[in-house]
Design a protein around this ligand. Structure first.
Ligand code: NAD
Length: 448
């Protein structure tokens, strides 16, 4: 077993002075519970280990642009509602900004900022020619009719105007958004864009429907990427995918695809929790049947072939791999103390808080970080953008082959960084991402 996979690898505390100094310099009011500060702290810990120049650390500690828009939408009852939308562009040293658009009632600036940082790190770790961004609207899309959803999406896209573009900032789906919403965004952008570049306008977003410039395999990409990462890393922990047991928080796009693809490899899904409840069946839940149930009813609650369980029983379920695939910060210390797993694989962005991670690492649980585990989504988004710009269509096999190559290479980079810097996997993943960013800044310099 290599130290990469060593469950006893501890988080490094190198650089905590450095982080505090940078937070002070930027005028942050220190708050350990703040997701943005948690995210930046981890990045700065890695930056200090790499001895990244102070000015680069300052640049990376704040997004380049934080765009906030308010826009009205006519609802089906004839009334107008005002919505708040965000687009945060963290960094574009490697290429155009890239990142998802989230529709969720809890969307807030600080969370979007954190997610934009993670996008910069992911694109760099994957060595994609893209920067990091994230956006969203504070809304519960389940409470809107299709017409309201379309009008909201079109108004949001037009409110963002030239802040997005195929060479500048390229949104994609995230929680609460999907291929249809991406199609409305692209269509709106094309309609107010430069007529001579209309077809290029399609590449303003990724995750589009196949019939309209989408890429085969984009819907399953994040789950598929995670499965490739597990394939690469779990053998060192003596956990073969065949017969591996796992549980999931979230059974949306990422959770359900992960379950279906692991199911094909012989892994056994023991428990699932989503916003409607939690279920468990020790002999195994059929991932496809559960996906059909969720499609029909909106959640896992009421699935007949598993027992309804409470949250605590869910977290206590003994599995080889626990996979959070829902919201940020869901695994805090109280949840971590219940977990009985050997590996926590972060399919969601930032699902594990620093105290929870410290506890798990002390206990010998391997924590596989989000910027590695869930970067399959942005990687296939990159393939889609590339195909749109070159007027090409890849078949499913080509997409899978390229994705596998990218995921394996990124996993290797993280393993190497664990050895080189003697740190935990999250810090190592940031080190591997920052090495690349640091090199490009050195080559390009800072304008003027
Ligand atoms: P989704 O909207 O398809 O599904 C979200 C899931 O989370 C649903 O099953 C929902 O029930 C569950 N959920 C919401 N609130 C919950 C709560 N309070 N308790 C338990 N479960 C809850 O979203 P998704 O696209 O699957 O994204 C899931 C996560 O993966 C997010 O963190 C997202 O940022 C991340 N991610 C997604 C992609 C992608 O390609 N879709 C790529 C990278 C990262």
């Amino acid at each position: 077993m290599t130290s990469m996979a060593s469950p006893t690898a501890k988080p490094s505390d190198t650089g905590s002075h450095n982080t505090t100094a940078i937070f002070k310099e930027l005028g942050f009011r220190i708050n350990d519970h703040d997701l943005y500060q948690q995210t930046i702290s981890s990045v700065l810990t890695a930056a200090a280990m790499l001895e990244l120049p102070h000015h680069l650390q300052l640049i990376l500690a704040q997004p380049k642009n934080e765009i906030m828009v308010h826009f009205p939408v006519k609802m089906d009852d004839g009334e107008f509602r005002l919505f708040k939308g965000y687009r945060v562009q963290h960094n574009n040293i490697l290429g155009p900004y890239k990142g998802g658009m989230r529709y969720h009632p809890t969307v807030a600036l600080d969370d979007i900022k954190s997610l934009s940082v993670l996008m910069t790190m992911k694109c760099s770790l994957m060595r994609l020619p893209l920067g990091g961004a994230k956006g969203g609207v504070q809304v519960d899309p389940r409470k809107l009719s299709p017409g309201e959803l379309m009008r909201l999406t079109r108004r949001f896209t037009s409110a963002l105007g030239s802040n997005i573009g195929p060479d500048h900032d390229i949104p994609a789906p995230d929680m609460g958004t999907n291929a249809q919403i991406m199609a409305w965004m692209a269509d709106t952008y094309i309609n107010f864009g430069d007529a001579s570049r209309r077809w290029l306008g399609m590449s303003v977003v990724t995750g589009k429907p196949l019939e309209f410039g989408g890429c085969l395999g984009r819907d399953k990409a994040t789950g598929q990427g995670l499965v490739f990462v597990l394939e690469e890393l779990l053998p060192e922990l003596n956990i073969p995918l065949k017969d591996m047991t796992f549980s999931l928080v979230g059974y949306g796009n990422v959770g359900s695809w992960t379950a279906k693809l692991l199911g094909v490899r012989g892994s056994r899904l023991k428990a699932v929790m989503d916003h409607t409840g939690a279920i468990r069946c020790d002999s195994g839940i059929d991932p496809v049947a559960l996906a059909q149930h969720v499609e029909k009813t909106g959640g896992v609650a009421g699935y007949a072939k598993a027992d309804a369980i409470d949250t605590e029983t869910f977290y206590r379920t003994q599995v080889d791999v626990f996979i959070p695939a829902a919201l940020e910060q869901m695994i805090d210390l109280p949840q971590a103390q219940l977990l009985q797993c050997r590996v926590l694989a972060e399919a969601a962005n930032a699902p594990t808080t620093p105290p929870a991670e410290r506890y798990l690492l002390e206990k010998g649980v391997a924590v596989l970080p989000a910027i590695l585990c869930n970067s399959g989504g942005v990687t296939v988004s990159y393939f889609e953008w590339k195909q749109n710009r070159q007027a090409e269509t890849w078949d499913a096999e080509t997409v899978d082959t390229h994705l596998k190559k990218h995921m394996y290479a990124a996993a290797q980079r993280v393993k190497l960084a664990v050895h080189r810097y003697g740190c935990d996997m999250r810090t190592a993943a940031y080190c591997a991402a920052l090495e690349n960013i640091g090199k490009v800044y050195r080559i390009r310099g800072i304008f003027p």
